[in-house]
Design a protein around this ligand. Structure first.
Ligand code: SAM
Length: 215
């Protein structure tokens, strides 16, 4: 890791407070036992056992940790070296390659390699401009092998000012198509948000999951 790019991104740099991303093993175990999610993902993309996975925008690093534990060769990329260092502290002893780079103009050596799956959760909705989102999606597609997949996990009907509000899966499908990816799979996932004491608050966050194929 050579430089911290987080100060160069105008809109979102203040948002990524490293202390928010203190991940733990319970999160990873939660992902690994979420059979419904992984079965659907793996069915949708038929990932080979020796596949390589690139996650871009890693936050706590829990997804990369889960992929690495599943045996995939995993590269974790983020614009913030602090985030990457925190992820390493969160999940020591897990073999993950950590890389600093920033969407949409990826310049690292690792971004020039090709991966079977490029994964992101909670990232592209932070590009509020559609052209920037399409550029970020295209950059992810470039990191993918021919016939490989890019997985997107975004909030649906977000009510946050600094997140794009997706109102249909078609909207993200169209962005994928404009970025040169073929949309192949989409679903919604309702997540009940609790107030920390286990009591549900009065609304549902819903996530939209979409997979694009590089052809
Ligand atoms: C909401 S967090 C993702 C949460 C993550 N999926 C998790 O499991 O914790 C967004 C992450 O994307 C990174 N990020 C935001 N904009 C980025 C960009 N343009 N290029 C690369 N990383 C970016 C942030 O530093 C942050 O780590």
């Amino acid at each position: 890791m050579v430089k911290d790019l987080s100060q160069t991104t105008k809109k979102s740099s203040s948002r990524w407070d490293t202390s928010t991303y203190i991940g733990d093993w319970y999160q990873v175990v939660g992902l690994l036992v979420d059979k419904e999610f992984f079965v659907k993902l793996l069915e949708a993309i038929n990932l080979p056992k020796d596949a390589s996975i690139l996650e871009i925008g890693i936050g706590s690093g829990k997804w990369s940790a889960a992929f690495a534990i599943m045996g995939y060769k995993t590269t974790a990329m983020d614009m913030s070296s602090e985030i990457l260092e925190q992820a390493q502290r969160n999940f020591p002893n897990i073999k993950i390659e950590y890389i600093v780079d920033e969407l949409p103009n990826l310049t690292s050596e690792a971004s020039k390699r090709k991966y079977d799956l490029v994964f992101n959760e909670g990232v592209i909705e932070h590009f509020l401009d559609r052209n920037e989102r399409v550029a970020a999606i295209r950059a992810m597609g470039k990191c993918c092998i021919e016939g490989g997949y890019v997985f997107f996990y975004v909030p649906f009907l977000s009510d946050k000012e600094d997140e794009h509000r997706y109102t249909s899966s078609k909207e993200l499908f169209d962005e994928l198509a404009d970025a040169g990816l073929k949309p192949v799979f989409a679903d919604f996932m309702g997540i009940e948000v609790t107030n920390g004491g286990g009591k549900p608050v009065d609304r549902m966050h819903t996530q939209l999951r979409v997979v694009g194929k590089k052809e």
